[in-house]
Design a protein around this ligand. Structure first.
Ligand SMILES: [Zn+2]
Length: 199
């Protein structure tokens, strides 16, 4: 299914790809990461919104959050409020990485950390969903590759776990075509190591 999606994306007209901000290299990288299961279907990694709840860090214009939460649809249909605290700033979780250029000016990284800290203290939340999407308008000035986006996303998780000990975090990435993927930090680290210094 994932391979078909990427194949469909890859066959779009070049001008459309340019508008979407994903290069042919990005598409190949995406397929490689799906094949390596660095990017995985969110199903088994979905987070529980009915238990202690989840702090969601997302880009303001990326709303593909349904697949990353268990029972999200059912909870919504039953008119029960999903237990989610949303922090939505353009760039989403990419703002959080230690060396993220997106946060150099206004230091949104510190803002996000403090809001997650409050959610943890005040509402007992111990899990964060870190969501980014590619392409993202907030990253346009930097011309990030897809690999750079994933690198920042994984670093965002490391930053959060370093700042807030005991907090769990899971990374997710929205891609063109409507798919949202779980990003495995361990598999990403192994994949990067397998690529050698050329990456
Ligand atoms: Zn965005």
């Amino acid at each position: 299914m994932a391979a078909l999606l990427l194949q469909e994306i890859a066959t779009r007209k070049a001008t459309e790809d340019a508008m979407q901000g994903l290069t042919e290299t990005d598409l190949k990288s995406g397929q490689n990461l799906i094949d390596s299961m660095v990017l995985d279907k969110p199903d088994v990694h979905a987070l529980d919104v009915d238990a202690q709840g989840v702090v969601l860090v997302t880009c303001g214009i990326c709303q593909r959050i349904g697949p990353i939460f268990k029972n999200y649809t059912q909870t919504s249909l039953l008119n029960l409020n999903p237990h989610i605290i949303t922090i939505a700033l353009n760039g989403g979780a990419l703002l959080l990485a230690n060396d993220s250029p997106l946060s150099r000016g206004l230091r949104e990284d510190r803002v996000i950390i403090e809001h997650i800290r409050q959610a943890s203290r005040g509402n007992g939340m111990k899990t964060a969903a870190l969501l980014a999407h590619a392409p993202c308008a907030a990253t346009e000035p930097y011309r990030f590759s897809l690999l750079k986006v994933i690198d920042l996303l994984v670093k965002a998780k490391a930053r959060l776990k370093w700042e807030l000990v005991g907090m769990k975090a899971a990374c997710f990435l929205g891609m063109p075509g409507g798919n949202t993927y779980f990003v495995s930090q361990k598999k990403w680290d192994a994949w990067v190591a397998s690529q050698g210094p050329a990456l």
